[in-house]
Ligand binder design. Sequence first.
Ligand code: NAP
Length: 251
Amino acid sequence: MSETATSPDQPKTGEWALITGASRGIGAAIAQALAADGYGVLLNYRSNHEAASAVEAQIREAGGVAERLCFDVADATASGEAMTALVAGDKVVSVLVNNAGVSADTAFPAMEREAWERVLAPTLDGFYNVTRPLVMPMVRRRRGRIINISSVSGLIGNRGQVNYSAAKAGLIGATRSLARELAKRKITVNAVAPGLIDTDMSEDAPAEMIKHIPMRRMGTAEEVAKLVRFLASPDAAYITGQVIAIDGGLT
Ligand code: NAP
């Protein structure tokens, strides 16, 4: 067997990438891109087993290595159990993409506490629950890439998205501080801020929103994935603490 040959469960790089919210949309595209770069990919998702299995199958058919990891990132107990088992195992996780997120848009006066908490929890508690267990193993290896999927809504705000903007701006704050803490350990932490991207999440977006995008189109999940792939690569070693918008000129 040549040095580069791998068993079905052995990633080419010998390293793994954990992508939260990888059963659909942007997370699925990121998983496919990182798998193509030779990472084994851990596909986290909340409940859509069918969609996650389809992503896993596509990656395997393309010669990649993928495993599903179903848990709710907003649930401290479920996340704690899953992350403890992951860290105790033999997988070296070098890339973490905090992508899981939901929106629940409504004008602020009509925004019930439930909609506030439902949106903040996966983004902010999810960041804490999933990132913290992986940091010390990355520190010990002096290697790691943490990429947080924020939004232009966290940069410039958006009507009806006070909850979502607060969550995504909070994630940017966490990104900047953690980047400073980990820079000396050769671990980079960056945020990506997509504009309007064509996924399930944006299917109810009003058509007139396109008029406000200088490029007059939505972005694709694959375009976002290419940026994440770059940030995860050795070429991006000197980029940390940044927020990179990918929005067709919106911001
Ligand atoms: P999507 O198509 O709705 O997919 C959401 C993914 O997140 C699914 O895999 C879902 O799993 C998972 N998920 C949701 N809540 C979760 C939880 N609590 N625990 C674990 N997994 C969870 O969304 P998307 O458009 O790809 O968005 C991905 C990220 O990009 C989000 O953070 C979103 O805020 C951000 N973003 C999107 C846009 C856009 O226009 N689409 C723009 C800017 C930023 P299940 O399939 O199991 O439900």
